[in-house]
Design a protein around this ligand. Structure first.
Ligand code: IPE
Ligand code: IPE
Ligand code: MG
Length: 243
């Protein structure tokens, strides 16, 4: 039986976040340039986005380019930036009722990339089916530092008192304020780390690691991860009996 048929549609994760890792090694394994791996990975983005929207996932958040990735060789960064621009398929988003968003340090992106992504955000903003968010030039520590700055500024302006800061205040000042916390966080490519991704938001996420390189992670692998998630018991500190 296919994994898709095993999914309980009433117990879907509302938010799935993915660390799309392994493009470079996928290419190397085939004697190709790393950029070919990124190209293949871009196709997987569309496949997985469609698979997620098809079953009714509300938020899909993909780690596309980290703050730390700026330190890669210039050629690779340039290739990734142009790929990012070229692989945005607005028509597919419209067809699938997908609202496209980006989170990250926009100011660091080349101006044409930023404009292209922001145009897509604007044009798809009426869509309500699924939020597809790309984290580009994103890192959790950047995001949290920004949030602290903003909160500090509000206190300085007298709009807020320090004792009024709650858990919720912090969530609301993060770039992810429009989404719920990830229920399921997937990392492909065999590494067991979070690489500065959604650290605050993943406090209670179910983690799923697999060895598959991102370009090979297709619908079935995605649905397999959902099935795995549905086997878990989310206790949030309680005992099994209390649930
Ligand atoms: C993930 O693949 C894509 C980005 C980080 C941009 P990698 O490029 O990290 O692939 P590996 O980890 O070297 O195989
Ligand atoms: C994490 O992948 C960032 C993205 C998937 C965009 P990396 O391959 O850059 O992660 P590290 O640095 O090896 O942990
Ligand atoms: Mg990697």
């Amino acid at each position: 039986m296919h994994y898709k048929e095993q999914i309980d549609i009433n117990r879907l994760p509302k938010h799935v976040a993915i660390i799309m890792d392994g493009n470079g090694r996928w290419a190397k394994q085939r004697g190709m340039e790393r950029s070919m791996g990124h190209q293949a990975g871009a196709e997987t983005v569309h496949i997985v986005a469609e698979a997620a929207s098809l079953i009714g996932i509300k938020y899909l958040t993909l780690y596309t380019f980290s703050t730390e990735n700026w330190n890669r060789p210039t050629d690779e960064v340039t290739a990734l930036m142009s790929l990012l621009m070229d692989s945005i398929e607005e028509q597919t988003f419209m067809k699938n009722d997908i609202c496209f968003k980006i989170i990250g340090e926009r100011e660091k992106l080349p101006v044409e990339v930023r404009e292209r992504l922001e145009r897509c955000e604007y044009n798809t903003s009426i869509n309500k089916g699924m939020y597809l968010t790309l984290a580009v030039s994103y890192s959790s520590r950047w995001e949290m530092t920004e949030a602290v700055r903003q909160i500090g500024e509000k206190i300085k302006q007298g709009e807020m008192l320090p004792e009024e800061i709650t858990d919720e205040t912090i969530s609301q000042h993060l770039a992810t304020s429009y989404m719920s916390d990830p229920d399921l966080l997937i990392r492909t490519g065999g590494e067991f780390r979070l690489s500065n991704y959604l650290l605050w938001q993943s406090a209670y996420s179910e983690l799923y690691f697999c060895n598959t390189y991102w370009p090979d992670f297709k619908e079935e692998e995605f649905y397999k991860a959902i099935c795995d998630y549905q086997q878990r018991e989310r206790r949030y500190g309680k005992t099994s009996e209390q649930l």
